[in-house]
Every structure is written in C-alpha cells, then in structure tokens.
Design a protein around this ligand. Structure first.
Ligand SMILES: [Zn+2]
Length: 300
C-alpha cells in the first residue's frame, strides 16, 4: 500500500488513509502552522498508515501538538488512543459529550459494536486516552496554531458530539455536511441511528454563516465552497421528504432506498462502489431518517 500526500495549501496537507486497503473512504488532514494539528485519526486498524502519512508529510509524530477529531465514531477517532501513544506530546481536543467515552472506552466500544456489528471488528477496538491529555472543546473554543487559530463550531445532527473545526476561511466538516463524491460533484446525507434532522439543518446554516472558501470532508476530500450549503440543505430536505413518503406507505428501508436510487442520479453508483466498511451506509441513512420521523411523530 503506497500512500501519497496531497498539498492543499502552504498549511494544509491531506492523504487517503486507506483502512483495510479501502480507497477514497477516509481523508486525514494535517494543519502545519507554528503548531501542528492532526484532524481525524481514522479507525484503530489503520494506525500504521496514519503514522506513515504523518511521516510522509515530513513530520515527526512527536511534533504533533493537537489530535483533533470531528466526532468519535470509530471511522473518525477509533485510532485516537493509539495515535496519542505515538504522538507523545499531543493533546486531544474533543467535544465535552465525548470526553468520558475517550477516557473510558467500554461504553463507547460496546455501543459501537452493537450498532456496527462486524464493521466494528474491522475498525478495531479503541484505546483509552488519559484524562490529563484531553481538552474539552466547548462551542466557540479556540486554540492558536500560530498564523491562525483552530476554532470549534459545534455542529450536532449527525451526532450530538460533532464539531466542525474552522481554520481561517476553511473548515474540517467531518460528517455534518454529508458524504462528498468529488467525481460526481454531489454530496449525499449520512445519518446514523440517533440522527436529529432539525439540528443537522441548523448546523448546515451555522457552517454557511462562516463564509468559508474550502471545506474538508472526511468522506472524502476537499471541496471549494460556492452554493454548497444551500445545495446540501436541499439534498437533506429532499431525502427526508422521500423517506417520509415511503414511511407513510409503510415501505421497508430497502424499498425506500430504491426510491432514492430512482430519484437521485449517481446514488446507486456510489452504493455499488462503496467498499466493505461503507456497504450499508445509504441504507443506514434511510433508517436514521426513519427513526427521526418516528421520534418526531411520537412527540406530536
Ligand atoms: Zn464517518
């Protein structure tokens, strides 16, 4: 497996982590300013590639100052504890709601295993991070990296503990703006079990108000911002509309996914191209949206 480093700008580098040789699934970013920040770690299983990528960028793991997940789903931070052992001088910046899970992994691992099944095993088990090496990042938290600071913008919806990290007019958006397919030029929502559609839309608005030039998806790669957030919001609303229609007709999640395949050009192709970790991602999104609709209906 040969990794290669992409240089986005003077300060931002990124590479395809390729966990279990799956390509174009997880992008890892490095911000190289006076201080060095590693954005996302990927899962535990790809720790060797993560270290390789840091070194290929010309950095020594001991020089990394901050390890910064957008959220702690296993594909984003399952390797957090592993890389913290190697990046000996780094602090981890995590959402207050994620703090206890990364210091004591049992509930986190159990919950992830229950939800992801075999895929959790593929990702591998996280390692705990000692509390004195974790910084809790409230909404608006800022840390200077030198020329610019890294700022925490809480963006719940995909997960309650999701953070978009802004660096000047660029931002690492994790999964809060969905999945970006650069070859198709389109992004689709990604929504797990406890998805909050109302918060996801608010978070998209919040990101739009940052007036960003570029955003960096974890799945997958950089995107120049134009009317990106308007399009993203429309796509989320379109999906929830279709899912709601299918739910009213009491269709299964597979049938609703088929409706989406028919209505969203390119979606079926992305579903076919997904590797082993992402195999049921779009179906999972339909189910996440169904759960949201059910919870919303119960409240009325
Ligand atoms: Zn993800």
């Amino acid at each position: 497996m040969t990794l290669s480093i992409n240089k986005h700008s003077e300060n931002i580098f990124w590479f395809d982590l390729s966990p279990n040789n799956e390509l174009e699934f997880i992008s890892i970013y490095l911000v190289v300013d006076d201080k060095i920040a590693l954005i996302e770690t990927g899962p535990a299983c790809s720790i060797n590639n993560l270290v390789k990528g840091i070194k290929l960028a010309g950095l020594n793991p001991e020089d990394v100052d901050y390890v910064v997940p957008t959220h702690i789903h296993l594909d984003h931070f399952g390797g957090g504890g592993h890389i913290m052992e190697i990046c000996k001088n780094a602090k981890a910046l995590v959402h207050p709601k994620a703090y206890k899970h990364v210091s004591n992994i049992e509930k986190w691992w159990q919950g992830s295993s229950d939800f992801l099944g075999k895929v959790a095993q593929l990702y591998g088990r996280p390692k705990p991070i000692p509390e004195h090496r974790i910084i809790s990042a409230e909404d608006g938290f800022e840390v200077s990296l030198g020329s610019l600071s890294l700022k925490a913008v809480h963006t719940p919806g995909h997960a309650p503990h999701h953070i978009t990290w802004a660096y000047g007019d660029e931002a690492f958006v994790g999964d809060s703006a969905g999945l970006w397919y650069p070859d198709l030029g389109i992004s689709f929502p990604v929504t797990p079990g406890y998805y909050r559609h109302d918060l996801a839309l608010e978070s998209i608005e919040k990101m739009k108000s940052l007036n960003l030039e570029n955003i960096f998806y974890t799945h997958f790669g950089p995107r120049v911002v134009s009317n990106t957030f308007e399009e993203t919001k429309k796509e989320f609303e379109l999906w929830i509309g279709i899912v709601e229609e299918g739910y009213k007709q009491q269709l299964s999640s597979d049938k609703i996914l088929e409706m989406l395949f028919n209505k969203r050009p390119g979606l079926l192709e992305t579903n076919k191209n997904h590797g082993v970790h992402q195999k049921d991602t779009h179906k999972g999104t339909v189910e996440g949206m169904i759960e949201w609709i059910m919870r919303k209906n119960e409240k009325v």
